[in-house]
Ligand binder design. Structure first.
Ligand code: TMP
Length: 209
C-alpha cells in the first residue's frame, strides 16, 4: 500500500529517551487536536495493533541480539503502518504516534551500535516513503531522566540500561534532529510541567494545529 501524501501536518510523532516525561504531554496534545475538531488516532510503537503489541512484549522483555531486535521492531512497524497509520491518514485523520523510526536510529543505532545503513534500508522497505510530518523531541539530560526512572515501575530491557546507554541514545536523537531540521522540534523537558506544555502548544500553533 503506497503512502497517501499529506499536504497538511497530520502524522505527528513524539520522541525522547526513557524518563523524558513525554506521556502526559502526548495525552494533552491529543485532547487539544480533538477539541479543534480533528479525528485523532493516538497510538504508539512498538505496538498499535494486536500483532505489534505481541511483538512489543517480546522486544521489551525477552533477551535477543541487536539484529533480532531491529527486525522485530520493523516487523511491528510494518503491521502498524498497514493496519492503522496508512488507513487513518488516507481517511483524513491525524495520527499521533508515541515513538517511531527516530527511536530505532537512536536506540538500536546510537544506543546499541547497530549499523545505521541497515536501519536505513529497513526503513525504506518497511515505510515505502512514509515519514512523520512533525516530530516533537523531548530532550532531557540523561542524569535527570535516570532519576525519574529510579521511581518507575519494574524496568523493561531498555529501562534497565545504564546511563551511558541513554547518553548515546540522546546523541542519536540529536543527530536525527540535525539531519531533519524541518520536522524536528526540540522540547526542553527539564522544566516545570506548565513550561513544557507551553513549548508543546507553541510548536503545534506554529503549524496551525
Ligand atoms: P515506551 O516505554 O516509550 O513505550 O517505549 C518502549 C521502549 O522501546 C523504549 O525504551 C524505547 C524502545 N524502542 C526502541 O528501542 N526502538 C524503537 O524503534 C522504538 C519505537 C522503541
Amino acid at each position: 500500500m503506497p503512502p497517501v501524501s499529506t499536504t497538511e501536518c497530520r502524522f505527528i510523532t513524539v520522541e525522547g529517551i526513557d524518563g523524558a516525561g513525554k506521556s502526559t504531554h502526548v495525552t494533552a496534545m491529543v485532547e487539544r487536536l480533538r477539541a479543534r475538531g480533528r479525528e485523532v488516532v493516538h497510538t504508539r510503537e512498538p505496538g498499535g495493533t494486536a500483532l505489534a503489541e505481541a511483538l512489543r512484549e517480546l522486544i521489551l522483555h525477552r533477551p535477543m541480539d541487536a539484529l533480532t531486535e531491529a527486525l522485530l521492531i520493523f516487523a511491528a512497524r510494518r503491521d502498524h503502518l498497514r493496519q492503522v497509520i496508512e488507513p487513518a491518514l488516507a481517511r483524513g485523520a491525524t495520527v499521533v504516534c508515541d515513538r517511531f523510526t527516530d527511536a530505532t536510529f537512536a536506540y538500536q543505532g546510537a544506543g546499541r551500535g547497530f549499523d545505521t545503513a541497515v536501519l536505513a534500508q529497513l526503513e525504506a522497505w518497511v515505510q515505502e516513503g512514509r515519514h512523520p510530518d512533525l516530530t516533537l523531541w523531548f530532550d532531557v539530560p540523561p542524569a535527570v531522566a535516570a532519576q525519574r526512572l529510579a521511581h518507575a515501575r519494574v524496568p523493561d530491557r531498555f529501562e534497565q540500561e545504564p546511563q551511558r546507554f541513554f547518553e548515546r541514545v540522546a546523541e542519536g536523537y540529536r543527530e536525527r534532529a540535525r539531519a531533519h531540521p524541518q520536522r524536528f522540534v526540540m522540547i526542553h523537558s527539564d522544566a516545570p510541567l506548565e513550561a513544557v506544555r507551553a513549548q508543546v502548544e507553541a510548536a503545534l500553533a506554529a503549524r496551525g494545529l
